[in-house]
Design a protein around this ligand. Structure first.
Ligand code: F0G
Length: 356
């Protein structure tokens, strides 16, 4: 028996996904991630019902696996031999893994020098063909869209402009509702290329239409201040932020994201790098949850709105932590500071070093 039969998203949420009898039963065990009630961090913000959806627990350490399992399975179903994507790192790590598990050629086009080291190594380890271009993510995406549209060398685009990605990612909203027994009041989420906020909104909407839940949440999305085109209302040609996963100046799903915001009565706002890093550290130190900097944008945004009285103390809030902190050891090292105490290897010396 295949090790992941009965597990993963295609098995759990198949009836909500665009599957056919010919769709292969692909899984690396994605989905089913923890929803954690973060009481200590919530108390610091005056929120009693703050939860985090720990998407870093997916097989390649980010939410991308939810969309990638569907996109790659559908690509195989359609007879593809090759998949391609542009990425700030996580999409490429996920495409590389699911492509490897399926025996496909995987090509990833990345902004040179702008990818967290763990993500780059994930793609390389899984055997993807990695092309580093002298441009940013938006330029890399334009290149792969052009390549996928050209019939000379057929390849399937697996960025979130592929609707199967969004279909898979909406399952995170289903899981949240299944765990809570209702939809939250607020769903906080980092926004980069803006696919995921649309996927969550689609998931909540489908569950509400089917009568599984009565209400839908207000969608509150957060961009990094140096890469906040939706907030500013115009493209950002040179996006800059420490949160490299969301360093995007021209999101592909821009108009769908603003529609989700408006239909839900929510907001898309910007948080500064300082606010992101503070949230990143606080999550680790108060809750033991190590996410990547971009993920912490959701917590930074919730903190700001709670302080402004825009989220009531009893509101049921879910913040999505999109990726695992281990992916970006360089930012962690800079944020952790020099906190190692050196000592001789005796009990007395260690006690003395600790000031015990
Ligand atoms: N958080 C993380 C950790 C991400 O990797 C991304 C996107 C986002 C949030 C934003 O999600 O793009 O759907 O709005 N990463 C893409 C990538 C762009 O290439 O890995 P989004």
């Amino acid at each position: 028996m295949d090790g992941t039969v009965g597990r993963g998203l295609l098995a759990r949420y198949g009836s909500w996904l665009p599957l056919t009898a010919a769709t292969p039963a692909l899984s690396l065990g994605e989905g089913g991630t923890p929803l954690v009630h973060v009481r200590r961090l919530g108390a610091q913000m005056g929120l009693r019902n703050l939860h985090v959806k720990v998407e870093g627990m997916n097989p390649t350490g980010s939410f991308k696996d939810r969309g990638m399992v569907v996109a790659v399975a559908k690509a195989i179903e359609a007879g593809a031999q090759s998949v391609i994507c542009a990425s700030t790192g996580n999409t490429s790590a996920s495409a590389a893994a699911y492509g490897a598990a399926s025996g496909l050629e995987v090509v990833v086009v990345l902004p040179k020098g702008a990818i967290a080291v763990g993500k780059l190594l994930q793609a390389l380890m899984a055997g993807a063909r990695v092309v580093a271009v002298d441009g940013n993510f938006d330029e890399a995406l334009a290149v792969v869209r052009e390549m996928a549209a050209d019939d000379d060398h057929p390849t399937t685009l697996v960025n979130s402009v592929n609707p199967h990605r969004i279909a898979g990612q909406k399952t995170a909203a289903f899981e949240i509702c299944d765990d809570l027994g209702r939809a939250p009041d607020f769903l906080a989420i980092p926004v980069g290329n803006a696919g995921n906020i649309c996927a969550y909104w689609a998931g909540f909407t489908e569950y509400a239409m089917a009568g599984v839940v009565e209400q839908r949440p207000r969608m509150i999305g957060f961009q990094a201040a140096g890469a906040a085109p939706i907030v500013l209302g115009h493209r950002v040609d040179h996006p800059e932020t420490i949160a490299s996963a969301i360093r995007i100046g021209n999101p592909a799903s821009w108009s769908l994201a603003t529609a989700a915001r408006d239909e839900s009565g929510g907001t898309i706002d910007a948080v500064t790098d300082d606010e992101i890093i503070a949230a990143y550290q606080d999550l680790a130190r108060s809750e033991g949850i190590f996410c990547e900097p971009s993920s912490a944008a959701s917590i930074a945004g919730v903190r700001r709105m709670a302080a402004a009285g825009e989220i009531e103390p009893d509101a049921l809030v879910v913040a999505v932590l999109t990726g695992n902190g281990l992916k970006d050891p360089n930012t962690a090292e800079r944020s952790a500071g020099d906190r190692i105490i050196e000592s001789r290897a005796t009990m007395d010396a260690v006690r003395a070093a600790l000031g015990w």
